[in-house]
Design a protein around this ligand. Sequence first.
Ligand SMILES: [Zn+2]
Ligand SMILES: [Zn+2]
Length: 335
Amino acid sequence: MRAVVIENPGDVRVADITEPSAGEGEVLVRVHTCGVCGTDVHIYKGEYLGQYPVIPGHEFAGEVAEVGAGVEDFERGDRVAVEPNISCGKCRFCRLNEQNFCENWQAIGVTLPGAMAEYVAVPASAAFRIGELRFETAAFMEPLSCVLHGMEKLDLRYGETVLGIGAGPVGMLLAQVARDSGAARIVMADRVESRLELARELVADNTVDTGGGFGPATELMPGGYDAVIEATGAPAVVEQTIGLARQGGRILLFGVVPREAVARIKPFDIFRKGLHIYSSYTSVRNSVQALELLRSGRVEVSRLVSHRLPLEKFEQAVKLLDNPQGAMKIQMATS
Ligand SMILES: [Zn+2]
Ligand SMILES: [Zn+2]
């Protein structure tokens, strides 16, 4: 089968490799669509702990092609999306329902062969039936799960004002979930005008271009926002969030900042404003919720997809993602 293989950081090829088969308790999925995510870019660049070679790809949907021994709840032809984070179910964190911190964590497309390939074998417990949902839509199950985990921590209340910084695909998912959680006003900030335009069409009441700083965002809400959602991962933006939240406000740091990055904040401001600051690391088991929302149509994802590329174009996808003007969500079409 064809698969994207990252041999070493920066060294990638589409290889012809032996097709995997479904082991005990597994199903073999014929991948239809796999989203490209910042994590894939980090793996490609060697900014992620993990062993090489690796087949990337963890945001995917496809069809069950083979059922392993002991699997009774799936059959050939079932349409599924897959939860890539595999937790052991036995360690202290799993028993606390904090599977994202599992001590024996594995992830399809990170520590296990991923879905930028024609086939991938996955534990049956990680597969979710998607029914008639389009594969391109169901491939958003994983990123939306992460968004739901973060938004559950932020715990929005009805009628709140929300500033969403970063109008990329994930920023758009966060804002849509915020709206559905009862936000009264959603302001979205970005530096790319085409993204702001889409934000206004999909979800934002107002948008601000932050190319010249955050002044316009403050002008819209002089007392500060009830909730500020950071979805850029830029340390300089993280620094701004403290000033943009209201007294007693809440901040969700969702964007992944570079591993060695440092931000300068004044702890006194956090104290004086009585801020609540949350982070969000991957997801727990939020896939059922994500699928229901995707089925409901209340979270729009098809307009977030800017490119559909064949596996051979993986490097082009990475380049497009490095340039924020270049792309929103890129999906690899594997079959
Ligand atoms: Zn991802
Ligand atoms: Zn565990």
